[in-house]
Design a protein around this ligand. Structure first.
Ligand code: UDX
Length: 466
């Protein structure tokens, strides 16, 4: 058992704190936001993350987990201090804003009077950890007895508990010039995971920081690759979903993260590739990452393309039309709307004169804060009522399992525009709907009666675990 403090109680920090307690450690979660702390103390997760509430409640009840706003309490209590605060994009710049990460070290270090280990989890530009290690040692009364390592997180929202307790791998960056204490302590903290045989890679600080950024850059590139193929498919009248299935069978390529659609969003991929480019520039290695600018461009173009597709389907102008938007979260099983393609598209369509009614199973509250002028519905049917077109922009199961008969008499125009290629075109076409997907030929009921429907029936839409 190790006494652990986790600084930051957002998506990353709250999950990490609860999961460390689940591993049997004694944990204190620290944040400056009193309202978040109050909720967590009461066993309530301030955001939607499947399975987290159970872990939180169980460990609060067992007395292994508590929350506090007091750095002093954390410094007195813990031997290991995890940094799990956010590193958002700087306003008006590509670079990451490190204010919160620095603030944790600035507040904590002066209180460290005993030997302690600091483990960073936040995604930071390469070079940050070494700088923070120096800073922590210079500010801490315990001075040279402070060790800092970097232990990046790879958790996906929606699978955060599983990704924390059963990760694909654990990575630790340490300063080789110093003792092995950081590594020894990290091995103790994750002993249960290491016993399960989860790969543990120990490296220098810079490599550990780069592992995280390059993993996200690769994932973003994979998505933009298939979205670039979608653009070509659109121009050539081909079907990107079948193409993804076919190339995905090649084990070297793999089918996961090859779902074409409105592209990636969220609190990680978009800002991480931008921060990576900015940092490479500072290091004089900007040429190496110029392709990420294109990855970003392709991704942002998908949103505009979706708006064009809707405009086209509806007859050339959105003015005065009613559009139903199903999905607001940046991906399913999340209430996170940070840089959400769905909300961005909904906003653009509204700007072009349509009235837009949005429904999402979890993300309405967060959406309202960012886009208060959109209309929000409490059900799929309500959102689709009188709609000239229905847009699926986040592939929640509730939308994937929709049957045309549920909406036939609700909508004004039977047009389904599938921004995630997650529906079966043949189901909608055979029910008399017009179906359009991104990177797929458009299918109207007339065309399907000429044989397109049968062709599509053999197309299995596989959406693998993300
Ligand atoms: C990501 C990384 O996966 C995770 O390892 C890292 O720690 C944090 O960033 P997350 O932001 O939770 O996790 O979402 P992810 O599942 O990666 O999806 C990112 C975006 O890509 C979503 O908007 C999703 O809809 C989109 N996406 C994903 C696609 O458009 N196509 C795909 O095939 C897969």
């Amino acid at each position: 058992m190790t006494r652990i403090a986790v600084f930051g109680t957002g998506y990353l920090g709250a999950t990490h704190a609860a999961c460390m307690a689940e591993l049997g450690h004694e944990v204190i979660g620290v944040d400056v936001d009193a309202s978040k702390l109050a909720k967590l103390e009461a066993g309530e997760v301030p955001f939607y993350e499947p399975g987290l509430e159970e872990v939180l409640k169980r460990n609060l009840a067992a007395g292994r987990l508590r929350f506090s706003s007091s750095y002093q309490e954390a410094a007195d209590f813990a031997e290991v201090h995890f940094i799990g605060v956010g590193t958002p994009q700087k306003k008006g710049e590509f670079a990451a804003d490190l204010t919160h990460v620095d603030a944790v070290v600035d507040s904590l270090a002066p209180l460290l009077t005993r030997p302690a280990v600091i483990l960073g989890k936040s995604t930071v530009p390469v070079g940050t950890a070494a700088r923070l290690a120096e800073k922590a040692r210079s500010k801490a009364p315990a001075g040279d007895d402070i060790e800092l390592g970097w232990n990046p997180e790879f958790l996906r929202e929606g699978y955060a508990v599983q990704d924390t307790l059963h990760p694909d791998r654990l990575v630790l960056g340490r300063e080789w010039s110093r003792t092995s204490r950081v590594e020894d302590v990290t091995r103790e903290v994750y002993a249960q995971l290491l016993d399960e045989g989860i790969p543990f890679l120990v490296t220098d600080l810079a490599t550990s920081e780069l592992v995280k950024t390059s993993a996200n850059a690769f994932l973003a590139t994979k998505i933009s690759f298939i979205n670039a193929m979608a653009e070509v498919c659109e121009a050539a009248g081909a079907d990107v979903s079948v193409l993804a299935d076919a190339i995905g069978h090649d084990a070297r390529i793999g089918r996961r993260f090859l779902n074409a659609g409105v592209g990636f969003g969220g609190g990680c991929l978009p800002k991480d590739i931008r921060a990576f480019m900015a940092r490479a520039g500072e290091l004089g290695a900007d040429q190496a990452l110029t392709f990420l600018r294109e990855v970003d461009n392709i991704n942002m173009r998908r949103r505009t393309r979706m708006v064009e597709l809707v405009r086209d389907a509806i007859g050339g102008s959105l003015l005065g039309t009613r559009i139903a938007v199903l999905g607001a979260a940046f991906k399913p099983d999340s209430d996170d709307v940070r840089d959400s393609p769905a909300l961005n598209i909904a906003g653009q369509i509204q700007l072009q004169g349509a009235s837009v009614n949005v429904y999402d199973p979890r993300a309405i509250e967060n959406s309202r804060k960012i886009f208060p002028t959109l209309e929000y519905a409490t059900s799929v049917r309500e959102a689709c009522s009188g709609a000239d077109a229905v847009l699926v922009l986040t592939e929640w199961d509730e939308f994937r399992n929709l049957h045309p008969s549920e909406l036939d008499r609700v909508v004004r125009g039977r047009r389904m525009i599938d921004g995630r290629n997650c529906l079966s075109p043949v189901d909608w076409i055979s029910a008399g709907w017009e179906y359009r997907g991104l990177g797929r030929p458009s299918f109207t009921p007339q065309r399907s009666s000429m044989g397109y429907g049968e062709g599509l029936a053999s197309t299995t839409l596989r959406l693998g675990r993300r």
